[in-house]
Design a protein around this ligand. Structure first.
Ligand SMILES: Cc1ncc(COP(=O)(O)O)c(C=O)c1O
Length: 406
């Protein structure tokens, strides 16, 4: 990804013709992406790499993977941390270890990986409704649990903690395991505790676009020692010794190179999160009072990593649809994204079944039609935020004229 280049300094928006969608030069000369990856201090990363070269120990539960697991266990205050190659495979390991079969209840308003994983594993994703807070609704889950339910996988969407207690109560009553997809939520808190200790297990993504990352990677956290032991076996083909296999397993290991990136980023995380808060506040101030654009702010600031800049667009109040706004911004090299679009229950290969079932998820549908993410996170540039907010204010002020020309 290119470095953030300076925007053309003389770009001004005075009339709709100044917009790139109508042929003018864009505001930025390179794309500004949602969640530009954080790059840690290069010297710190290279010091870890030097150790790897010296040891010639590149993978297979190496010292850096072990060190990162220990540091994460301390940081998250959870007894067991198991690192993997990514979060999708991590969730697969957890479900296999728990013996999950049949139907699995998930929010439709989440990343498509979970629905796909279930389908590939011969299980059936049951798409559930979220509340206006974008989080899985325990009452909806309670209604959809049947004898066939094997587990509930709830997502802490955009880093905001789910109603952990409400979901746990529903799952305990039904006797099904609750797993949290914490892919977005590193550093978030619930009930005064860092996320990581809730449900049977929580799964974080350490993909490069996440608040804390290892280029690629997954992290399973649990308070269950037996589960953690099983996960360690199954992430490495079931080996208990070099020629001894205890159970079926796959290759879900994290390499030492990825762990080096994770260690360097963990050292930098408090700074990354502080920078993300400044960026988020920049958008909050810059977009304040713009009719039809509501920036989502976490109820408790300290419970969220502020990595995501999430807006809900009210077409009636703005005078332009979310999709039109995304198009206009993209032309200016502000790569705003519609998330999650079109929603799990409307995505192939799940659509045919949910349509046949007549599944109705009106809150999810509304969110999928209205939510837009803007380039944010600790690696974003505050001056870019100021310029992007000025652009959005101009678009909002000229919405009628712009819409008339499109
Ligand atoms: C909510 C959610 N769950 C799961 C995943 C999958 O994570 P990974 O790419 O590490 O497999 C992602 C990835 O972006 C995600 O956003």
């Amino acid at each position: 990804m290119p470095d953030t280049a300076r925007p053309p300094s003389d770009k001004r928006f005075e009339s709709p013709g100044d917009l790139a969608i109508f042929g003018a030069p864009p505001l930025f000369d390179t794309p500004r992406h949602v969640n530009r990856p954080q790059a840690p201090d290069r010297a710190a990363f290279e010091a870890f790499m030097a150790g790897i070269w010296e040891r010639r120990w590149f993978t297979n539960d190496g010292p850096l993977v072990q060190a990162l697991e220990a540091r994460l266990a301390e940081w998250l205050d959870v007894p067991h941390c198991v690192l993997t190659c990514n979060a999708t495979i991590a969730l697969d390991l957890v479900m296999q270890a728990l013996g999950v079969r049949g139907e699995v209840l998930i929010p439709s308003y989440t990343f498509i990986s979970t629905a796909h994983l279930l389908t590939l594993r011969g299980m059936r994703p049951v798409f559930c409704e979220v509340g206006a807070d974008m989080l899985l609704d325990p009452a909806d889950v309670a209604q959809r649990i049947t004898q066939e339910t094997g587990a509930v996988v709830a997502t802490h969407v955009w880093g905001s903690p789910c109603d952990v207690d409400g979901l746990q109560m529903v799952c305990d009553r039904a006797g099904v395991p609750l797993i949290f997809d914490a892919a977005h939520a590193f550093g978030g808190r619930y009930g005064g505790h860092r996320l990581g200790r809730f449900g049977a297990a929580e799964v974080f993504s350490l993909h490069a676009t996440k608040a804390f990352h290892a280029c690629e990677g997954g992290l399973i956290t649990t308070t269950d020692a037996a589960l953690a032991l099983r996960l360690r076996l199954t992430r490495n083909f079931g080996f208990v010794a070099s020629d001894q296999v205890a159970c079926a397993g796959i290759n879900a290991k994290m390499s030492e190179l990825h762990a080096a990136m994770g260690l360097a980023n963990l050292d930098a995380f408090e700074g990354t999160r502080a920078a993300a808060r400044v960026i988020h506040a920049g958008y909050r101030d810059g977009l304040a009072g713009v009719a039809g654009i509501a920036l989502k702010c976490p109820a408790q600031a300290e419970d969220n990593n502020h990595h995501y800049v999430v807006c809900e667009i009210d077409e009636g109040a703005l005078g332009l649809s979310r999709d039109r706004l995304v198009e206009i911004l993209t032309a200016e090299n502000v790569y705003a994204r519609r998330y999650f679009y079109p929603g799990g229950h409307r995505s192939p290969p799940h659509l045919a079944r949910t349509e046949a079932e007549g599944l109705s998820l009106p809150v999810t549908d509304a969110l999928c039609a209205r939510v837009m993410l803007l380039p944010g996170g600790g690696a974003a540039d505050l001056e870019d935020v100021t310029r992007t907010c000025a652009l959005i204010r101009f678009i909002a002020a000229q919405a009628g004229a712009i819409g008339g020309r499109l």
